[in-house]
Design a binder for this molecule. Structure first.
Ligand code: NAD
Length: 491
């Protein structure tokens, strides 16, 4: 674990192993935290809050700029470990991690440039607000983008003056732990950033229900989100949830079938389909459907699987045996529901795929919107192709799931692009793109995809609470209970 600026063992002495999903080799033994460890980490973070919560925004900003600088310097080390613990292709992890220092720069600058308000107040008063930190906050994170998702929570928390206890995914806790070294080297005071690895039902539940935690920020599945939100609610702990998705890639026939195929392959197969905004549903106009499907199948079958550390590899394994079993279950369901398996639908054969959690990129055609494969989050490299006849039908299909995290709209008609985007019930809509993210740009879901926003000013505000200071400027002596015959008023 990483607590109070150093590595420590779990109080129980227990550990769990972390595997490399490409070959099932154990790459690390990690301390398994429980309620006692969470208790200790929260107490350490409460003590550190006395200092960090009072530090000036300027000094926090300077320290965060150093975090960014050190991360840039140690990038390769982080990329190596991220690839080993997630099995994601190095070309993706290198591109993703290179952006992370921007979050520390952006939120550090936001803290330094933030201005409070002076709301009107009747009578002779000066009235102003201050945004103050919440205290100790808890971050519970998934395995698919271990460091990116953590960074989206840590950077605004630090900038606003909070201290934190992180419970990373049991499948990928290594980079969140290593980040502790960066924090220490940058001058973040000991106890501000703490990591208690462990399982959801152990360390995760203990953090969620801890009365000393002022906010729980979770990225994970929608069912986990409901459980964590209801447990946090018992202590009136604030809750933010970045949850599941089933994004549509809405493509219009005014772009070429080849461009449609490139769009959906990028949207769907990055991270072997294991992203919350994965383009799980390709909505394509019936007039180009067959041409798109033919080319999509050909290009999907040509994707290069292989050693994730090899820069030429395009698709790595799934994260775990369990995740592969989920994908296999949904492929069976899709076939039983009557969809047509057009590509993939099985594990690759031969060396080096005998070990590890490999699965071929998969395409289903003849999919109806009421099928489970079109509705439920699979979290793997499976794309459902659904044809539509007109714009209204495309919008209805895009909105026809319980999720509302993201969608992309592909067209060269500027009016249609915005018109459709405005009708889509999703927190993030890309036009002629997918997956792009920026520290300044709000990220979060509508409907069952979540509560709250990461990134941008909204995320910074959500890690603060407002204090209102009301100053009486009057020269008159004040005595509410005097019998001076004057009418009394509150303002
Ligand atoms: P998960 O829900 O299984 O686990 C997420 C985290 O919650 C883990 O750290 C886990 O240990 C913890 N957890 C599980 N049960 C808990 C409990 N009862 N109490 C406290 N903590 C608990 O999710 P995962 O498999 O790690 O990640 C995949 C899911 O995350 C997908 O549904 C995906 O859509 C979602 N996700 C969403 C976003 C987003 O931005 N909206 C981003 C990435 C992933």
């Amino acid at each position: 674990m990483w607590v109070d600026g150093k590595e420590v063992l779990a109080s129980s002495g227990k550990t769990f192993s972390v595997q490399n999903p490409k070959n099932e080799e154990v790459i690390a033994q990690v301390a398994e935290g429980d309620a006692a460890d969470v208790d200790h980490a929260v107490a350490v973070a409460q003590r550190a809050f006395q200092q960090w919560g009072q530090a000036s925004a300027e000094s926090r900003g300077h320290i965060m700029a150093r975090v960014a600088e050190i991360l840039r310097r140690r990038l390769d080390e982080f990329i190596d470990i991220e690839v080993e613990q997630t099995g994601r292709a190095r070309r993706e992890m290198a591109a993703q991690l290179a952006r992370l220092p921007e979050w520390y720069d952006y939120f550090g600058a936001l803290a330094r440039t933030h201005e409070d308000t002076v709301p009107p107040f009747g009578g002779q008063f000066l009235n102003y607000t201050r945004r103050v930190p919440l205290g100790v906050v808890g971050h519970i994170t998934p395995w698919n983008h271990p460091l990116l998702i953590l960074t989206k929570k840590v950077a605004p928390s630090l900038a606003a003056g909070n201290t934190m206890v992180v419970k990373p995914s049991e499948l990928a806790p290594l980079t969140p732990l290593l980040l502790g070294e960066v924090m220490r080297e940058a001058g973040v005071p000991d106890g501000v950033y703490n990591v208690v690895p462990g399982f959801g039902a152990g360390a995760g539940a203990a953090l969620t229900t801890h009365p000393g935690i002022r906010k729980i920020d979770l990225t994970g599945g929608t069912e986990t989100g409901k459980t964590v939100a209801s447990l946090a609610g018992r202590n009136l702990t604030r809750f933010a949830g970045e949850l599941g998705g089933k994004a549509s890639v809405v493509t219009f026939p005014d772009i070429s079938p080849r461009a449609v195929v490139s769009a959906v392959m990028f949207a769907s197969f990055v991270a072997t389909g294991q992203t919350c905004v994965q383009g799980a549903r390709l909505l394509v106009h019936r007039s180009i459907h067959d041409e798109v499907v033919n080319e999509l199948v050909t290009r999907t079958q040509a994707l290069r699987l292989g050693d994730p550390q090899d820069l030429k590899t395009q698709v790595g394994p799934l994260i775990s045996e369990r995740q592969r079993a989920v994908v296999e279950k949904y492929v069976r369901i899709g076939i039983e529901e009557g969809a047509t398996l057009a590509a993939g639908g099985r594990r690759p054969e031969g060396a080096p795929y005998e070990r590890g959690y490999w699965y071929l990129p998969t395409i289903f055609t003849d999919v109806r919107n009421d099928m489970r494969i079109a509705q439920e989050e699979i979290f793997g490299p499976v794309v459902c192709v659904l044809p539509f006849d007109d714009e209204d039908e495309a919008v209805a299909l895009a909105n026809g799931t319980e999720f509302g995290l993201a969608a992309s709209v592909w067209t060269s008609d500027v009016r249609r692009a915005h018109r459709v985007a405005h009708q889509i019930e999703a927190g993030i809509v890309w036009i002629n793109d997918h997956h792009r993210i920026d520290p300044a740009s709000p990220w979060g879901g509508f409907k069952m995809s979540g509560i709250g926003r990461e990134n941008g000013i909204a995320a910074y505000h959500d890690y603060t609470q407002i204090q209102n200071v009301i100053v009486n400027l009057s020269k008159e002596p004040f005595d509410w209970f005097s019998d001076d015959g004057e009418a009394k008023r509150y303002s």
